[in-house]
Design a protein around this ligand. Sequence first.
Ligand SMILES: [Zn+2]
Length: 306
Amino acid sequence: MGCAGAYCRKCSFVKTIGDGDTTSFWHEQWSGGGKLSILFLRLFMLERDKDSTFKDRVQKNGSNLAFSWNWSREPTGRTRSELDRVVELLQSLNFDSSSTDSWCWSFGSSSSRLFKVKDLSVAIDAKLLGNVSSTHPTFHNNFVPKKIEIFMWRALKKRLPVRVELDKRGIDLDSIRCPLCDDDLESVDHSIIFCKYALDIWERLFRWWGLGSFSSYSLPKIISEDSNISASTRGSKIWQVTKWVCAYFIWKNRNNKTFKGKCAIGPVTLSEIQVMSFEWISKRSKLQNFDWLVWLSNPSHYLNTL
Ligand SMILES: [Zn+2]
């Protein structure tokens, strides 16, 4: 176990007390507050056997606790009040002495706290994406390939090589204006959302879905679930796929224009989004009756897919 018995905020595995036979009473953190050897240092100094286990010190008889202390001298004064707090802590600890001590995964979402790759992945996102991940827990979408998730993550973290970002990193450019419209500086938000060519595609996408106007969208909103759209979990994932694919194609078009002098923005791009998102969703979602013609004419039909 990589934690070597310690439990701290940086540590993913947490010791859970059972019979207490394999847990150090003083050196392992078995409750939320910290290790007793640090929290109650004066009392710890009176302990004769500093490596005693939890079981050496505490036994459970029914709902009552029995303590077996081994002090070099009887605690008095401040050490006595430390002992009172330790007893209080033990009395509030809920543990099942009929089971053995165990480790659980502190990021686990299930009651068993079993280790799950998904929980790890959510925890990594929370670390990388900060608030965005905690307010938008569905950053992951397994209906699209990883490269699309990574692209969205880079866009959100402003790690796309748009001219404003390159300039910030000291790269000398002739211009930091948008290579497509030349109307504004080329930031990530401009490139993916507010450039008139991008807006045109977003408007087409929203019209295709029958979802009204694209106005007032932001990058976090494109990435996240859409709270103002009523949809099932799968339905909102499907809608999210098309938004992500749309952002991805806008970026691809921007690169084509910038590096190859081409600009294919317009109806062609919307069909690319329709085809690509259909292919990915049908392959990856295992949805029954996911129909190409319905997809083209009325994609919102799938918003309530279970
Ligand atoms: Zn532009």
